[in-house]
Design a protein around this ligand. Structure first.
Ligand SMILES: [Zn+2]
Ligand SMILES: [Zn+2]
Length: 284
């Protein structure tokens, strides 16, 4: 049996959307490391959110109760600054407490195509072991808006197309991210009740185009294992993708490495193979 690959996309109490140390009791870095050791995960990267948006708005119902205080009455979102010093101290403590676990540092950097200069001004980005780029917000009327809010403003097909049209900008700049995550982020909020199940064939051209842009930039695509979609590794390989990572996108300890055996089988079927070290990207 091949050992599990490292989980390349894990959040802890240092991510603004876990609710902070008090309410993230089940998703603290320490609890997550304990869980990783218990399930035989050889390594993981704590990729905390770095979202440096300055004009982000949201509908109130799109924020959980523990995040409600991050919105003002006009729906303008401001998230707390990433506590990098506290994060690195806790990484050191966990490395000492769990020597059998390879603990990597990381970031999930939102909108890197737009925010790389701002990120470099705030942090030494070279100090992180794995930086994953993600697209969480889209341009709408001079604001940035998440897909869940946008599905109330535009037709469902428009939201998906706008999302995929912005993907090339995520990878165009000389951003620090070696991986791009959840290309299906907008699909998470697909209004299934009104539209029926999401059918990737309806957007095949746009999905493949977004994948080509990522592949052409030389970056890896993450298989975000929160929800497996077999067409992602298949089309990624067909569009020239050479490398993939595996990320659970967990916000609680119980969710780390979710669906990894199935994701490994999918990656293998699409022609990707592991390296010698579980922290390496899989290649084809
Ligand atoms: Zn994300
Ligand atoms: Zn995430």
């Amino acid at each position: 049996m091949t050992s599990l690959p490292a989980d390349s996309h894990v959040h802890s109490e240092f991510s603004w959307d876990t609710g902070g140390p008090a309410s993230a009791a089940r998703g603290t870095m320490r609890a997550t490391c304990e869980r990783a050791v218990r399930i035989g995960l050889p390594g993981l990267f704590f990729t905390e959110h770095l979202d440096l948006e300055d004009a982000w708005v949201s509908d109130h119902e799109d924020f959980d109760e523990h995040e409600a205080h991050l919105l003002d009455e006009d729906g303008v979102v401001s998230v707390p600054r990433f506590d990098v010093e506290g994060y690195l101290e806790e990484i050191d403590r966990c490395r000492a407490a769990f020597p059998e676990l390879a603990i990597g540092t990381g970031l999930e950097f939102g909108q890197p195509g737009l925010r790389t200069d701002a990120a470099r001004a705030q942090l030494d980005l070279t100090a992180f072991d794995r930086i994953t780029g993600s697209l969480h917000t889209l341009e709408l009327d001079d604001h940035r808006v998440e897909p869940n809010t946008m599905f109330r403003r535009l037709t469902a097909g428009d939201v998906i197309r706008r999302y995929l049209a912005e993907v090339p900008a995520v990878v165009a700049a000389d951003g620090p991210h070696e991986v791009v995550t959840h290309i299906d982020y907008a699909v998470r909020y697909w209004p299934e009740e009104a539209e029926g199940p999401f059918d990737p064939r309806r957007f095949e051209e746009e999905l493949r185009g977004a994948m080509r842009a990522i592949a052409d930039s030389g970056r890896a695509l993450e298989i975000n294992t929160r929800r497996l979609r077999p067409w992602i590794p298949q089309w990624w390989a067909e569009e020239g993708g050479r490398t993939i990572s595996f990320g659970s996108d967990s916000h609680t300890a119980l969710d780390i490495a979710a669906n990894f055996p199935e994701a490994m089988a999918l990656a293998d079927w699409a022609g990707f193979r592991p390296g010698a070290d579980p922290r390496e990207l899989w290649r084809r």
